[in-house]
Design a protein around this ligand. Structure first.
Ligand SMILES: O=C(CO)[C@@H](O)[C@H](O)COP(=O)(O)O
Length: 222
C-alpha cells in the first residue's frame, strides 16, 4: 500500500468465489494470475444474511502467500472482533459506517496496529455518511451490490457516489483509494473506472473465469 496510489489500478479477487476446500491453492492461483490484493469478505449472519469465514481462514491465506490482504468486515460489531482480524494477518481492514461501533475509534485502532484502514458504504447509504472520515482513511469502499452474496448484478446507480468521492478527495488533496465491490467484470469495470474507482474487487469474474489470468489482465487493461 505504501507504494500504491489512487492512480494505480488494483485488482482484488474476492475469496468468496473461490473453492473453499482449497483456500491455499486458490490464493496461489489468484496471485499467479496477477492479483494485486486478496479481498476477504467476512460475514457474520447478522449484519448481512450470510456467513462466510472468520480469522482462521484469513490466517490460512496469510500463511500461504505474502499478498496484501484486504479484509472487508461485514459484521455488526467490528470493534469487538477487530483484534482477531489484526492478529490473523490483515493488511487493511474496512469497516461499515452502518455497523454498530464508533467508526473513528475503530479506524484509529486499525491504524495504531500498523494496518491500513477504510470505510464502506452500502448502496442505500449516502456518501455524506462516509465523508467525516475522509481525512483518516486509506480507502473508501462503495458497495455496488447489497452485501451478503457473490454473483449479484452491478448497481450503476451507486456510481455518482464514486464520482463525488473522487471529486472531494482531489479538491481536498487527499490520497485514499476508491474501491468498488459487487458485479465487477469486463462490462461493468469501465463504468466504475470512468466514475473514479481504482481498486476493483472481482469474485465471480475472476475465480470462475475459464482463464483467471486472462480475466485479471483484461480488468487491468481497461
Ligand atoms: O462483498 C461482496 C458481496 O457481499 C463481494 O465481495 C462479492 O464477493 C463480490 O462477488 P462478485 O459479485 O464479484 O461475484
Amino acid at each position: 500500500m505504501n507504494t500504491w496510489t489512487p492512480a494505480d489500478r488494483l485488482i482484488a479477487p474476492s475469496l468468496l468465489a473461490a473453492d473453499f476446500a482449497r483456500v491455499g491453492e486458490e490464493t496461489k492461483r489468484a496471485v499467479a494470475s496477477g492479483a494485486d490484493w486478496m479481498h476477504l469478505d467476512v460475514m457474520d449472519g447478522h449484519f448481512v444474511p450470510n456467513i462466510s469465514f472468520g480469522p482462521s481462514t484469513i490466517d490460512a491465506v496469510n500463511q500461504t502467500d505474502d499478498v496484501f490482504l484486504d479484509v472487508h468486515l461485514m459484521i455488526s460489531r467490528p470493534d469487538v472482533y477487530l483484534d482477531d482480524y489484526i492478529k490473523a494477518g490483515a493488511d487493511m481492514i474496512t469497516v461499515h459506517v452502518e455497523a454498530d461501533h464508533d467508526v473513528n475509534e475503530t479506524l484509529d485502532r486499525i491504524h495504531a496496529a500498523g494496518l491500513k484502514a477504510g470505510v464502506v458504504i452500502n448502496p442505500a447509504t449516502p456518501l455524506s455518511a462516509a465523508e467525516p472520515y475522509f481525512d483518516k482513511i486509506d480507502m473508501l469502499l462503495v458497495m455496488t451490490v447489497v452485501p451478503g452474496f457473490g454473483g449479484q448484478s452491478f448497481m450503476p446507480e451507486t456510481m455518482p457516489k464514486v464520482t463525488e468521492a473522487a471529486k472531494i478527495r482531489d479538491q481536498r488533496g487527499l490520497n485514499f483509494h476508491i474501491q468498488v465491490d459487487g458485479g465487477i467484470d469486463a462490462k461493468t469495470a469501465p463504468i466504475a473506472i470512468e466514475a473514479g474507482a481504482n481498486v476493483l474487487v472481482a469474485g465471480s469474474s475472476t475465480f470462475r473465469a475459464p482463464d483467471m489470468a486472462a480475466a485479471i489482465s483484461q480488468l487491468k487493461a481497461i
